[in-house]
Design a binder for this molecule. Structure first.
Ligand code: 13P
Ligand code: SF4
Length: 327
């Protein structure tokens, strides 16, 4: 038996014994996606975490995802196999405390515009716009969710903002998703200056080059990409939205503007189609931290437990529940 097969067997055995369920985000390593009970985008995994019957959820993803699972299912043990698997964008905004983005990203430049610059905290922005609802991307900490009216994901941002029937919203933390929502709704969006370093690096020139290289391909882009990229894409959607689109489309070639982990699911589900990455360096190092070894370690030792204090969990659950109620 190979090492991988041995590891898989031990994981499956322990999973059964401990009544555990493994959830894996679409960006996870191939072998981790293969061992999972469910793979999906942030919205799908939140829905599963809220409804699934088990004792333990092993969340193969990044910290905010496991935190959301724990917020939605406080009676279950939620394990994050790699405690250092975080999302830099989620760590960019705080409720009130200071951050130092220059330490996080050496050379980071604030982009000025209609967005609030990154030194503003969520409470400061709320104070400047009393009564304006806060729509918070799930890529945030539980504390930020707890200060929000409703959450959204890349799959439902436009729908969530429209469901509020208001002229103005505050959207945090992703400047690109916020710009996409502003473009596709009649609502005024007060945005903030966060971004995903994996998606924000892609430029319009990258799209032009990929189209020159693959003239018959359809371009799919994640809303965390810059507007200059989204405007050139044929379809803008979440990771699972891309999986659905590629499966149902008669097209045979696709250029994929998101983290390269999605290529595995796309190729597996569509062996007759060809997928090219919009850029080969669209790799999220945090998503790649989880391995089969770490999943096994998580199950053996029941670490790392992700638990949110009740005073934060209850208001953050309200914001997540409101999102999940929007059909
Ligand atoms: P999805 O919800 O589209 O899977 O995206 C999550 C994420 O972290 C994107 O970078
Ligand atoms: Fe965060 Fe970007 Fe990684 Fe998604 S791809 S987890 S947004 S850093």
């Amino acid at each position: 038996m190979t090492d991988i097969a041995l590891l898989r067997d031990r994981i499956l055995d322990l999973k059964e014994k401990k009544k555990a369920i493994i959830l894996a985000h679409n960006y996870q390593r191939e072998e981790v996606q293969d061992i999972a009970d469910h793979t999906g985008d942030s919205l799908e995994l939140s829905r599963i975490a809220a409804s699934i019957d088990c004792r333990i959820i092993v969340f193969c993803g990044v910290h905010f995802m496991a935190e959301s699972a724990s917020i939605l299912s406080p009676d279950k043990t939620v394990l994050l196999p790699e405690i250092k698997a975080g999302c830099p964008m989620a760590d960019m905004i705080t409720v009130s405390g200071p951050r130092n983005l220059k330490n996080y990203f050496p050379g980071f430049e604030y982009t000025r515009g209609y967005r609030y610059p990154a030194e503003f905290t969520l409470r400061e922005i709320k104070k400047l716009h009393p009564g304006v609802p806060v729509v918070t991307y799930v890529n945030t900490t539980a504390e930020v969710k707890a200060e929000s009216d409703i959450c959204c994901t890349s799959a439902n941002g436009v729908k969530i903002v429209e469901s509020l029937n208001t002229d103005k919203v505050i959207c945090v933390p992703d400047r690109n998703l916020s710009a996409w929502i502003a473009k596709n709704t009649k609502t005024e969006v007060i945005a903030w200056d966060g971004f995903c370093h994996v998606h924000d690096r892609v430029t319009a020139d990258d799209v032009d080059k990929a189209r020159r290289d693959h003239p018959n391909a359809v371009v799919l882009a994640h809303p965390e990409c810059r507007m200059e990229v989204l405007e050139k894409a044929d379809h803008v959607t979440s990771t699972s939205g891309m999986l659905r689109f590629a499966k149902s489309s008669p097209t045979k070639e696709f250029i994929i503007g998101t983290e390269t982990g999605l290529m595995y699911g796309l190729r597996k589900q569509n062996p007759d189609k060809t997928f090219y990455s919009l850029r080969n360096d669209m790799v999220c190092p945090n998503m790649k931290k989880t391995s089969l070894q770490s999943v096994l370690h998580a199950l053996e030792t029941e670490t790392y437990k992700i638990k949110v204090p009740e005073e934060i969990r209850v208001p953050s659950k309200r914001a997540l529940d409101r999102m999940l109620e929007v059909k």
